[in-house]
Write a protein that binds this ligand. Structure first.
Ligand code: MOS
Length: 763
């Protein structure tokens, strides 16, 4: 086994190579904008140069004279579209700001015109010749900007249901022997998936096909149909490969319905490939956040009081927030907890999901504060986590389905060499470099959603699995193929997987790290339906239900199945008995505790994820522990991060190769979110300054020396039929705190605002 393909431990699948590896490395994977279209027209966007105000006039004469220009669509002649509701209010959209509807400008970089031409080059040339006169109003950019408003998230965001609290925080904090109050800040960030935010729309009569990178083909299908005012059965979304998602493609953006309507008007396919900088404002982003944490503890480290107050910036019309207090108030045992999340409205585009949306900013605050408390208590920060570890979350008292947090700390600490750390700040160095060790916990809710699948098995073992899941680079094809192969007892090479197409049975949004749990659960179930039919054929005398329960009962994970000695069926014999060449089954699965309308919602592009703290009698999270070494140059203050070590436990690991890859990427992104990434805003104009990949800093190989991912064995039979918790968003949580904790250890300077760059080091 190579490092890339870790040896599976108990309750782990095989580290088989990626199903889509060869097509990807040979360039044969077709991304949305690679899809061949018949005689397409090319669209190029014009976006606003002001953040607030209105368009007085547009001078299109010069643009129209560019050879090949077909049409220029502005608010004066745009096709009429229906408004879309925000996804959190039962709609599909990531923003309710609908461009081209009027002359009003609500944020920087809003779409104000679409030039359509015979070639991409003509469209771009003409777009650059569109002259716009604005009346600009002073915009409110961010926190502290004049003109912003602030109000509690509860009551304005339907998905933010509660500010968790328990006990009497004020009294307990007042009486606590050791107290900490600290404030933290995280910046605006942008996902920047490699694949741009393209869309291609093609009509055949009244039927529309959309080729677009999406994390939710059903949501996009229904959302665009709603905006166009047509039957959703007439809309199909196709994207067999998606060049990165990270949350940026989870909800519908306004571009799609606009391009679809223009294609209809022209009676010609239209292809849009926006530029990188346009991607910063025509989609979503991670909003900047602020936090105040109060911790009260006994001298032995036991928490007695915890308060987390968070604030997030959103747009004027939309009350988006991530509200990470649902996690931070439940991570450690504490009898007195209080919290509050507020939303600040500014003249910005609506933010949205970005990898581990709530946990990245909110655990930065909590896990930094825990480190600060450990310093106050003169305690090892690992031991502070241990003394506050718990099997039940403190708010509702519900038990964790499984929780291996301290096992992760112990494994990662050992691999890292934490014991060699001398606890005093500035006590370790190597020549010009101050050395710091830091650690933090990570956790991420284990989400699941209703899903459907169709599986077809031929007598020669060839298998076809159809499910409208999404391959956003995570390994979805691979783990779905593995699930079917394992469950049907056929060789992996015989399994073909079809995903990324809204004509296939519906699956949830590829978000919230639910995909593996949801898709593998339903594929397992449908494969079991096939097994039952075959079983019935070969053993007609036996009671199917009894036997089925014994061998393929829901709630039985593959590991327990193996333990009971279940054997794959003899396919030839079963097919002969059935007298058919193909067996096909369709099935719908929903997790325990899913709302009553789950299946209806699933068939209309609505998300009904459960998991995390939103389960009835239990709470389900994946856990991990991360240790980092930083080196700070005492003269130049350059910060390097030579080592990242993470240990993670997330129930059954379907494939250690793809899981490790996900977690490694997460650790690197976590480091990046601490040391590099920030979208800078010109506060006078509420405009992004570094809206490109040269100025928006992301790590390169030289920034990432050693990354070690340790996968822990964990068995969770209470969570879903496959016992999977999901790893997509686990590893980039807490890393930012671990880095700041290490910088404190290296320099004695506590930094509470991200990102940390050399100009922030004062020692
Ligand atoms: Mo993830 S931010 O839920 O795609």
């Amino acid at each position: 086994m190579t490092a890339a393909a870790p040896q599976p431990k108990t309750n782990m699948g095989q580290p088989v190579p990626r199903y889509d590896a060869v097509v990807k490395v040979t360039g044969r994977a077709t991304y949305a904008s690679d899809m061949p279209l018949s005689d397409p027209a090319y669209a190029f966007l014009v976006t606003s140069a002001i953040a607030r105000g209105r368009i007085d006039s547009l001078d299109l004469d010069e643009a129209r004279r560019v050879r090949g220009v077909i049409d220029i669509v502005t608010h004066e002649n745009a096709p009429k579209l229906k408004d879309s509701k925000l996804f959190s209010n039962g709609g599909y959209a990531g923003t309710t700001i609908q461009p081209l509807k009027s002359a009003d400008i609500a944020h920087d970089g809003q779409i104000i015109a679409v030039v359509v031409a015979e070639t991409y080059e003509s469209a771009r040339d003409a777009a650059n010749r569109v002259k716009v006169s604005y009346t600009a109003t002073t915009p409110s950019a961010t926190f502290d900007s004049p003109g912003t408003t602030i109000a509690a998230a509860k009551g304005q965001n339907a998905q933010f249901k509660e500010d968790p609290k328990v006990g009497d925080f004020a009294k307990a904090f007042d009486e606590a022997e050791v107290k900490l109050t600290a404030s933290y800040e995280t910046p605006t960030q942008h996902h920047n998936p490699m694949e741009l935010f393209s869309t291609s729309c093609s009509w055949m009569g009244d039927e529309l096909v959309i080729y677009e990178p999406s994390q939710f083909v059903y949501g996009l299908k229904y959302g665009v149909a709603e905006q166009l005012g047509i039957d959703a059965d007439k809309v199909r979304v196709v994207n067999p490969y998606v060049g990165g998602g990270f949350g940026a493609r989870g909800s519908m953006t306004p571009r799609t319905a606009i391009i679809a309507a223009i294609a209809k008007r022209l009676n010609r396919p239209v292809k849009l490939v926006p530029t990188r900088d346009q991607g910063f404002t025509i989609t979503t982003h991670r909003a900047e956040t602020r936090h105040e944490i109060k911790l009260g503890a006994r001298p032995d480290g036991k928490l007695v009081a915890l308060r987390h107050e968070g604030a997030e910036v959103s747009s004027r019309p939309d009350a988006y927030c991530v509200g990470g207090t649902k996690t931070t108030t439940r991570l450690y045992a504490c009898p007195n907890v209080d919290s509050l999340v507020s939303i600040v409205r500014a003249d910005r585009n609506t933010p949205g999901f970005m990898r581990s949306p709530p946990e990245v900013p909110y655990l930065f605050a909590l896990e930094s504060a825990m480190d600060e408390l450990a310093v106050k208590l003169n305690m090892d920060p690992v031991e502070l986590r241990r003394i506050n570890d718990t099997t039940n979350e403190p708010i509702g008292g519900k038990p964790y389905t499984s929780r291996s947090l301290m096992a992760c700390f112990d494994e990662a600490a050992k691999a890292f060499g934490w014991a060699e750390r001398s606890p005093q700040p500035k006590s370790m160095s190597d020549g010009d470099w101050l050395i710091g060790y830091g650690c933090a916990a990570t956790c991420y809710p284990a989400h699941m959603g209703p899903a459907a699948a169709r599986v077809r098995l031929q007598r020669d073992g060839r298998t076809r699995v159809e499910i409208a899941g999404h391959e956003i680079g995570t390994g979805a094809y691979t783990v779905i193929a593995q699930t079917a192969a394992e469950r049907l007892g056929v060789p992996l090479e015989k399994v073909a997987v079809f995903i990324g197409d809204s004509d296939l049975p519906p699956a949830p949004v590829a978000g919230g790290s639910n995909s593996t749990a949801s898709t593998c659960s339903v594929v397992t179930m449908v494969c079991d339906q096939i097994r039952q039919r075959l079983f019935k054929a070969v053993m007609p005398g036996q009671s199917l239900t009894d036997k089925a329960k014994e061998t393929v009962g829901i709630g039985q994970t593959p590991a327990t199945q193996a333990a009971t000695g279940d054997r794959p069926l003899d396919l030839e014999k079963a097919f002969d008995a059935l007298g058919v060449g193909v067996v096909e089954e369709y099935g719908e699965w929903k997790p325990e505790g899913a709302p009553l309308d789950s299946f209806r919602a699933m068939h209309s592009g609505q998300v009904r994820l459960v998991g995390g703290h939103q389960m009835k009698d239990q709470i389900a999270y994946a856990f991990g522990a991360e240790f980092v070494e930083v080196r700070v140059n005492r003269f130049t203050h350059e910060i390097r991060c030579p080592r990242l070590v993470g240990a993670f436990a997330a129930g059954r690991i379907m494939n250690p190769r793809t899981a490790r890859s996900q977690l490694m990427g997460g650790l690197i992104w976590g480091m990046s979110s601490a040391l590099l990434e920030a979208t800078e805003i010109d506060e006078r104009n509420a405009r992004y300054v570094n809206d490109n990949l040269a100025d928006y800093l992301v790590p390169v190989n030289a920034d990432v020396a050693n990354v070690e991912v340790i996968l822990l064995s964990e068995q969770d039979d209470r969570i879903n039929p496959v016992g999977v918790k999901g790893v997509g968003e686990l590893a980039n949580v807490g890393t930012n705190a671990a880095i700041c904790n290490a910088i404190y250890h290296a320099t004695g300077q506590r930094i509470r605002k991200l990102p940390v760059r050399l100009e922030n080091i004062e020692v």
